[in-house]
Design a protein. Structure first.
Length: 72
């Protein structure tokens, strides 16, 4: 088992600091959506999810009934 030295711990601390510095720099480049855009995107996702759920439910019901007819 390797023994961790104080130098290794210090290097990790420096690399963590660099990581967060780079993350912060990248987040400054992000173009954040406006409140109106966010509301629009959210409604699109919810609507699409509801439609997909209804389609899957209908298909499941139809195939379930068909399977019951075939089994009887």
């Amino acid at each position: 088992m390797a023994v961790q030295t104080n130098a290794n711990k210090l290097d990790k601390t420096k690399s963590n600091g660099k990581f967060f510095k780079y993350v912060r720099a990248e987040l400054k480049k992000v173009i954040w959506p406006t409140k109106k855009e966010l509301t629009s995107y959210t409604s699109v996702v919810i609507t699409t999810s509801v439609i997909a759920s209804v389609v899957i439910w209908a298909a499941d019901t139809i195939f379930g009934k068909a399977l019951q007819i075939i089994i009887k």
